[in-house]
Design a protein around this ligand. Structure first.
Ligand SMILES: *Cc1c(COP(=O)(O)O)cnc(C)c1O
Ligand code: SF4
Length: 339
């Protein structure tokens, strides 16, 4: 018997996640048919997709409840007719800061840490995300083999942490990511790597031997900030992927967004924190919604958010309580909201 070499094995796995990504649902009608939902159901009227099409990996759709138009995973990705509403206070400037890219695709807003906009691509399209208005080209910082980004980081000795963001940095191939990690490894003042990604949640196939090898190879202490909003997102396949990341020495944190009808009740938030911890992940942030056009139907008002945090604090140990946070355009830092 011929056993495949590790390289061959890795190439096969790389094809597997890229294949899973290509197979994602892109047509609303196909997703509804898969879930056994009638397109005439109220709230499921066809939406205008514009430049932010539907994208839902099949494995993520498999975690939705069949026949339930109010499923909390479906609501996050469903292009509802309400997206077309023009609501006061919801515009494009809510994300102004996020676009202040320096040459090389980096955002240097906070001391000691710099954000690298690694790619504009995502494994899933979340309807509440600022990304919907900026389907920017697939490679930002990566365009020139990271040269400009690496040069800027190397030139500033105060930068100790590099945060990969986007889009979803794990949409990049291992080769592309490897180039960046090798470059960062060579900059002595960089100690920590942080990867902001939803990919291990929506496409756990992405956590394959090739990625794990990259994460083990780097000398940088590595944290991954995941993005899950509901306990149902964390099924067995996700738990396995997260376990593998932990074994590779990665610290796991989660940021969630507080979303109406998805997770705006205390039982759901409690279940999320507990399920995350079962999977080796600590809750980090609970974000108030960025007020971007088309997302108003997801908004939870701030008083409700505070009340939820107070109730949650009576049910969970402090280390399972996320920090309630808000980003305001023009503010120099993320704001922690007191409750
Ligand atoms: C959120 C954010 C960070 C990271 O902030 P932490 O509080 O360290 O999680 C860094 N840079 C930018 C531009 C950000 O928006
Ligand atoms: S950036 Fe994150 S929240 Fe926004 S669409 Fe991509 S995966 Fe979803």
């Amino acid at each position: 018997m011929i056993t495949p070499s590790p390289k061959t094995q890795q190439a096969r796995q790389a094809r597997a996640w890229q294949h899973a990504l290509r197979e994602a649902f892109k047509q609303p009608a196909d997703l509804l048919a898969y879930l056994g939902l009638d397109p005439a159901t109220p709230h499921l009227e066809a939406a205008v997709l514009g430049n932010f099409p539907l994208r839902v990996p099949r494995g993520f759709a498999a975690r939705m409840r069949k026949g339930d138009a109010a499923d909390p995973l479906l609501l996050q990705v469903w292009p509802a007719g309400a997206e077309a509403l023009n609501v006061d206070g919801f515009g494009l400037d809510a994300v102004g800061d996020k676009l202040k890219l320096k040459p090389g695709g980096i955002v240097h807003k906070y001391q000691h840490r710099v954000l690298v906009m690694a790619t504009g691509a995502c494994g899933v399209h979340c309807r509440y995300c600022f990304r919907r208005h900026f389907p920017y080209s697939d490679a930002l910082a990566g365009r020139d083999h990271w040269r400009e980004a690496l040069a800027q980081i190397a030139a500033d000795g105060s930068i100790s942490e590099v945060i990969l963001s986007g889009g979803d940095p794990l949409s990049l191939s291992d080769d592309k990511l490897g180039e960046l990690l090798d470059g960062l490894d060579g900059i002595a003042h960089v100690r920590r790597l942080r990867i902001h990604t939803r990919q291990p949640i929506v496409l756990p196939e992405r956590v394959d031997d090739g990625l794990l090898a990259l994460l083990q190879r780097t000398r940088l202490r590595t944290a991954m900030v995941l993005h899950a909003n509901h306990a149902n997102e964390l099924d067995g396949s996700v738990a396995m992927a997260l376990g593998a990341l932990r074994e590779a020495g990665v610290s796991l944190l989660n940021q969630a967004v507080l979303l109406r009808r998805v997770n705006d009740d205390v039982d759901t938030l409690q279940a999320l924190s507990e399920r995350l911890f079962d999977c080796g992940v600590l809750p980090y942030y609970l974000h108030l919604l960025d007020r971007v056009a088309g997302s108003a139907h997801f908004e939870v008002d701030e008083d409700t958010a505070r009340r939820l945090m107070r109730e949650l604090s009576t049910r969970l140990p402090g280390y399972l309580l996320p920090r309630l946070a808000r980003e305001t355009a023009g503010q120099p830092a993320k704001e922690i909201v007191a409750w």
